[in-house]
Design a binder for this molecule. Structure first.
Ligand code: NAP
Length: 337
């Protein structure tokens, strides 16, 4: 399989390294290597049909700030359309007001008959229908396990292993930063602002934390899950959203008196598509601490199925992308390609 990596930041570099680390698995299971034949970031690109060395790409990026040796002139759309490769790994930044540049890159790849594996929430949370239609029309795969919860494999689990189940509802914690802040407020009696500052100092929250604390990130993920698992046709804008800015120490203490904790919960059922702070009994799986993500599915045969995992991180997110690459290779193998 020949892949091109779009975006070469934390996740792009992580998946390049993981592809390097798993060549034995690719050879043993599928009798072929996965070759990185191109990579680009916001300023530069590099390509070689013989394959590029992942370690060299990462070290050039770290040394020069550029993954490539050539400057980008007019974006990479033409390269994606015309260059000979099988799968685009799309890891450009999420933008929830405008799904670019990821949307254009992904559409160009799908319409040129190439699979897309993406970690980018923006295009999926705003244009899921268009992307899925393009994939179906061109008989290629659009896969996005990494876009929701890094290494919490809820999408592939639901769509593949739980394929025979009726899934009635989903509840979960989809943002580790909010969970960390709410937990610190409870454990240490900290006011919101102080818990947020602590999260920022530890690198858990961004300098502009609004995506996390206003529930935007969780709402994007919930929209993706609603489309992927429940077959809905929704965007980020359909999610009813309340963040955690207005949670006070008093509210946390009051919940504590009732042996409950406050968590930012995303919920999907036939009446609800909502992210909001909710009270959860202490000891309940959703009362999870730290920065972990968790999802509970309610199914007809298996009952309650719970998945927990790290929501972010270079290798954790690369692990989800790897699972999508392996799924495509397995599918090709089954079809004798
Ligand atoms: N980090 C995580 O743990 C995690 C987990 C799950 C999902 N995600 C999602 O995965 C995506 C990547 O995250 P990240 O943490 O790797 O972000 P990042 O470190 O900011 O990297 C983004 C990369 O995209 C490149 N880029 C920006 N604009 C571009 C353009 N117009 N054309 C081509 N490349 C462009 C950047 O180029 P420069 O290097 O030149 O600036 C950078 O290499 C995001 O959508 C994020 O939401 C991340």
């Amino acid at each position: 399989m020949k892949v091109v990596i779009a975006g070469f930041g934390t996740v792009g570099q992580g998946i390049a390294e993981v592809i390097g680390m798993r060549q034995e698995l690719f050879a043993k299971s599928f009798g072929q290597p996965v070759r990185i034949v191109g990579a680009f970031d916001s300023k530069s690109f590099v390509k070689s049909s013989k394959g590029l060395d992942p370690a060299e790409l990462v070290s050039r990026k770290n040394a020069t700030g550029k993954v490539g040796t050539k400057d980008i002139d007019n974006g990479m759309r033409e390269l994606i359309e015309e260059y000979d490769f099988d799968t685009l790994i799309e890891t450009t930044p999420t933008n929830i007001l405008d799904p670019e540049p990821g949307y254009t890159y992904s559409m160009a790849a799908l319409n040129a008959g190439k699979n897309v594996v993406t970690s980018n929430k923006g295009p999926l949370a705003l244009r899921f229908r268009e992307l899925s239609k393009a994939a179906a029309k061109n008989k290629v795969q659009l896969r996005y396990e990494a876009s929701v919860g890094g290494a919490m494999p809820v999408i592939n689990l639901s769509r593949e292993l739980l394929r025979g189940e009726k899934i009635f509802s989903l509840r979960g914690i989809l943002n580790g930063t909010c969970n960390f802040i709410l937990n610190r407020m409870k454990d240490e009696g900290l006011p919101f602002e102080q818990a947020l500052r602590e999260a920022q100092e530890m690198g858990i929250a961004e300098r502009d934390p609004s995506y996390d604390i206003d529930g935007v990130d969780s709402a994007c993920k919930l929209a993706i899950l609603a489309n992927a698992i429940f077959g809905m046709d929704v965007t980020y804008n359909d999610v009813v959203r309340t963040g955690i800015r207005s949670i006070t120490e008093d509210a946390i203490a009051l919940a504590g008196e009732q042996k409950k904790v406050i968590r930012l919960i995303g919920e999907i059922n036939k009446d609800r598509l909502e992210v909001s702070p909710r009270m959860v009994p202490s000891g309940h799986p959703l009362a999870i601490g730290g920065t972990l993500n968790i999802v509970q599915l309610l199914t007809d045969l298996a009952g309650e199925v719970t998945v927990v995992g790290r929501g972010a991180g270079r290798m954790e997110t690369a692990s989800a992308i790897l699972s999508d690459i392996l799924a495509i290779l397995s599918d090709n193998q089954a079809k004798g390609r």
